[in-house]
Design a protein around this ligand. Structure first.
Ligand code: OAD
Length: 248
């Protein structure tokens, strides 16, 4: 495995590649000020129990509490801006015949940065829907919000523990992963299934796998390269080098 490659070394791989897939996790938003989940001190799961806040059962028993937590997080996210890591991934979109950004993040920051070729695996905190009739509710005023059409309970459009991922998104993510020739794994602990199987799928199908993360994760064991660093630091340099090669 290549450890801490210079951006120009990786740019060489990209210049020979036409199908790029990227999996992102909470770490890509860390430099925007959004807390990750599993950091031992600042991570959300160090402070809150996912069983109380991120399961359908907890929602049904305490919808007010779950909603307060999501509204609190949404307000905090609204105070943040996309960082250079998000913006670099937008730049990369048009450089390859196929480019797919697969995110586990619900914070909407990739979308606000301008990413368009995006698959949301875990939903989006900006959307809500009625658990009875499925209709979307745009404005949340009273908590817990009720559906304008049928009066049913409205929930955030995010995937909770024990729930299936949106089927079309997951199928598309499998397909794009297995077709990719480069697969980047950025800012995720790669602990949550099934997202954490996508890089392995790509590897088995012959892709070069690159991890960008200050720490090791399970993908490190079979990656072709790991950058031990922050995505917001590294990705802009990588983009500059790729652009130079593509323009040469
Ligand atoms: P985690 O909190 O598990 O992992 C965040 C990763 O980002 C860690 O490996 C950090 O080392 C890394 N990291 C931190 N700062 C970084 C930076 N500046 N640049 C690059 N990497 C950095 O978050 P996820 O892997 O996203 O699911 O968690 C996966 C899922 O678990 C989430 O989508 C959420 C959570 O429970 C659901 O809610 C369904």
């Amino acid at each position: 495995m290549l450890v801490n490659p210079k951006p120009e070394q990786l740019a060489d791989w990209f210049s020979k590649s036409s199908r790029v897939a990227v999996l992102t996790g909470a770490g890509v938003s860390a430099e925007s000020g959004v807390p990750t989940f599993r950091d031992k001190t600042t991570g959300l799961w160090a402070k809150f129990n996912p069983k109380d806040l991120a399961t359908f059962t907890s929602f049904l028993s305490k919808p007010d509490l779950v909603w307060e937590w999501y509204e609190f997080r949404k307000k905090a996210i609204h105070q943040t801006e996309p960082n250079p890591g998000h913006l670099a991934l937008v730049r990369m979109e048009d450089w390859f015949a196929d480019f797919t950004l697969i995110t586990q993040n619900i914070d909407n920051l990739h979308q606000r940065a301008g990413s368009a070729r995006l698959i949301e695996l875990h939903g989006n905190i900006e959307r809500n829907y009625c658990i009875t009739c499925g209709r979307e509710k745009r404005e949340v005023t009273d908590l817990p919000p009720k559906c304008d059409s049928c009066g049913g309970l409205v929930r955030p459009d995010v995937v909770w523990f024990g729930e299936n991922l949106p089927e079309r998104a997951l199928q598309n993510a499998w397909k794009k992963s297995s077709e990719s020739t480069i697969f980047m794994v950025i800012g995720t602990s790669a602990e949550v299934y099934p997202a954490n199987r996508l890089p392995y799928e790509a590897k088995c199908a012959g892709a070069q796998v690159i991890v960008i993360n200050p720490d090791e994760n399970p993908v490190t064991h079979y990656a072709d390269a790991q950058v031990f660093g922050k995505s917001g630091d590294y990705l802009p340099h990588l983009c500059n080098e790729i652009q130079k090669k593509l323009n040469a």
